[in-house]
Design a binder for this molecule. Structure first.
Ligand code: HEC
Length: 206
């Protein structure tokens, strides 16, 4: 029974919930009682039932879309997005000459090698000796390498260091590491005053 001066909102709420008004509760009360806790046999609220039916109807479209038409799942979409983002990052790095272990190349221009030499004398000579002959660290001029003689391996070793005494130089930044790595490679074949005995395996740079 619609009461007078009932607002439109109250009427809507009533329609959506179909809850029994508090004065009529005794009509829906179930006759069990646990320590004073009682249960009302209210109908399912229509808003909830409608939502339930809508999800069932939507599921038909989902089944059709993903299982019959075989469209990409969220997982495949996610992987595609990640791959696209990665490609964009790579393109950005390339365009802005930002190097990392995957894109690093050997620099051969004089200016870069001179900068590389400066970095080397300042940070590396204590252990590898100014002429690269090796002392605490291995000889960097010979054909023997522990971690590989390609620019990527050397870039990696310098960046991350090793567990056997080579400190990480990440703080130098990729740019400087590329220069000092290129300088290290330029030492190959030079004749240091006191070459340290070979360590590692023979390695030919392609
Ligand atoms: C505290 C001493 C020390 C300093 C400083 C140091 N290194 Fe090393 N370096 C080592 C040691 C020790 C090793 C051998 C590590 C191993 O066997 O795991 C090594 C290994 C290396 C290797 C790998 C050699 C191979 O045979 O694979 C490279 C390349 C290298 N260092 C370059 C550098 C550069 C460039 C710098 C300066 C930015 C530098 N190191 C500074 C001690 C040092």
């Amino acid at each position: 029974m619609a009461k007078k001066n009932e607002s439109a909102f109250d009427r809507l709420l009533k329609k959506l919930t179909k809850a029994t008004p508090i004065e009529e509760e005794s009509s829906v009360k179930l006759d069990h009682d646990f320590d004073g806790i009682q249960e009302l046999n209210n109908p399912l609220p229509p808003w909830w039932t409608a939502g339930f039916i809508i999800t069932i109807i939507l599921s038909v479209f989902y089944i059709f879309y993903y299982m019959v038409q075989g469209k990409d799942s969220q997982y495949v979409e996610y992987q595609r997005e990640v791959a696209r983002a990665k490609a964009q990052v790579d393109a950005y790095k390339k365009a802005h000459h930002i190097v990392d272990a995957n894109t690093v190349t050997v620099l051969t221009d004089k200016k870069s090698l001179e900068e590389g030499k400066e970095i080397y004398l300042k940070n590396c000579a204590a252990c590898h000796v100014a002429d690269g002959g090796g002392l605490v660290g291995p000889n960097l001029t010979d054909d023997y390498w522990i971690y590989g003689c390609d620019i990527k391996s050397i870039f990696n070793v310098i960046t991350n260091g090793t567990s056997k005494g080579m400190p990480p130089w990440k703080a130098l930044g990729a740019d400087k590491i590329q220069k000092v790595a290129s300088y290290v490679l330029s030492l190959h074949g030079t004749k240091p005053a006191k070459p340290k005995a070979p360590q590692g395996k023979p390695c030919k740079r392609g």
